[in-house]
Design a protein around this ligand. Sequence first.
Ligand code: KG4
Ligand code: ZN
Length: 353
Amino acid sequence: MLVLGIETSCDETSVGIVRDGKELLACVTASSMEIHAKYGGVVPEIAAREHIQAMTPTLEAALEQAGIDWDSVDAIAVTYGAGLGGSLLIGVLTARTLAIIKNKPLYPINHVEGHVYANFITATSLPGYSLPKQQPSFPLLALIVSGGHTQLALFANHFDYKLLGQTHDDAIGEAFDKVAKIIGLPYPGGPSIDKASVHGNPLAIKLPKAQMKDPYAFSFSGLKTAVLRATQDLVGVGHDFPSFQLAERLSEGQKADIAASFQKTAIETVVDKTLKAYEEFSPKSVVIAGGVAASKELRQQLSNRLPLPIEYTDIKLCTDNGAMIATLGCYKAMNNQPTADPYSLEIKPNLSM
Ligand code: KG4
Ligand code: ZN
């Protein structure tokens, strides 16, 4: 089963080609991140225009990387939600058109479920990928941490999962991005904070972990505000001092301390809840998924605290990519899941898990 996956939910135009839900044949990603970085966040209108430019060359490059033509492709998978409307439209319209003219079945993919399936890729002859040795086993506990989502899900099997809890306000990646902005680090905030933290003291600033009634619910807006207040105190200004003027008053050492203290607290919060779920549900495997799964701190804390061995996938497969979409497409095709009508598949910007 050879599936071509198309991902355009945010600012990455990506096409992946995967065989049998485990072998990566191609993954080509064009990102408009550099343009958005100038604005401090993704500009939806620009993202959509860039997808139009990048779509055809990315498709061609992926087929070439895999060394195949359309005859070898058994099915097409595409992200139809959640994401930015204009961005999703380009991927979905491309996939619908290709499904019609190449006469291939079309599988609609939930972006967040797709992130989890990046962990099922265990083989490739492409250079530069470090992959898990084994596929995860069910029951499978998934910690999904990205710019738009923070949730814990328990998979009894493929297509049979329960959402244990999710964030009540900001996603963890969003908190990384907002804190980076406060201390003047470049967008996207996750990798910037990861880098700056190396030189900082994670115990320099005491920050609170959100206390929630529901043990698997998350909240990050309070932590972000606590970082703002602590930064204002550090600089010696009042709590009404504008946040965008704080960064210029911070030394590099202070920025590193704030980054490290925030990162430690934010990551500890998600690791605490993952451990609690592990103890309650005794899964056979635990995986992490989404952009924040690239975090070195997250990987370190989980490996130190989880009582079972955990494998992590390549960072290129943690952030948005077409390979994860193709992988879930393979499982849908191999398990006779319903296909979409290529003449009518609509985008679902607010699709949830
Ligand atoms: O999954 P993703 O590529 O897009 C969404 O679906 O949201 O995740 C992007 C998020 C951003 O918020 C980014 O700051 C965060 O992932 N991120 C990281 C790291 N690399 C990316 N967060 C923490 N540490 C990292 N190394
Ligand atoms: Zn994502």
